[in-house]
Write a protein that binds this ligand. Structure first.
Ligand SMILES: [Cu+2]
Length: 161
């Protein structure tokens, strides 16, 4: 019986990689996701949610991945126009959770150069925290709708990267 129910679970699980939680020091990182891109996109966006279970602040100071450049971006909206800007770090206060999402903070993978992010793909990366150190994670590539649960979610504009 055990085997059968395990098989049933596998059959109904989505074809994407299993959702995984990552831990380093006092930090817990939910399954990172990256957004599918158009075929000609030069940049793709990734999102992580970081929970700080400790009693001192930590900061995400860099992300490494196999792209020419990886940056941390935030988004601001002025006169209905969303623009992205580079930030040096993202602080996670004690007891705080910082959730990146489309239309807000994101990790920018730059220089895709003809190799777009496709649904179901997995992108290995390393998150680097000031105190907790390095954390190797996998970004699961999903559509905007899968990430936000909504078809008309706000999205940052990457056209001028
Ligand atoms: Cu960006």
């Amino acid at each position: 019986m055990r085997t059968i129910s395990l098989l049933a679970t596998l059959l109904i699980a989505p074809s994407l990689g299993f959702a995984q939680e990552y831990k380093v020091g006092d930090l817990v990182v939910d399954q990172p996701v990256a957004k599918t891109t158009p075929a000609t996109a030069m940049a793709g966006a990734g999102y992580v949610s970081i929970m700080n279970m400790g009693d001192t602040a930590d900061r995400l100071i860099a992300v490494e991945a196999a792209f020419p450049r990886v940056m941390i971006h935030d988004t601001k909206v002025e006169n209905d126009v969303a623009t992205m800007f580079h930030v040096d770090a993202v602080e996670i206060g004690p007891g705080e959770t910082v959730s990146m999402m489309p239309g807000g903070k994101h990790i920018m993978f730059m220089g895709l150069d003809g190799d777009p992010f496709e649904e179901g793909e997995e992108i290995p990366a390393t998150l680097i925290f000031e105190n907790a150190g390095r954390l190797e994670v996998m970004f699961n590539v999903e559509t905007l709708e899968q990430i936000t649960g909504s078809a008309d979610a706000k999205e940052e504009d990457h056209s001028n990267h």
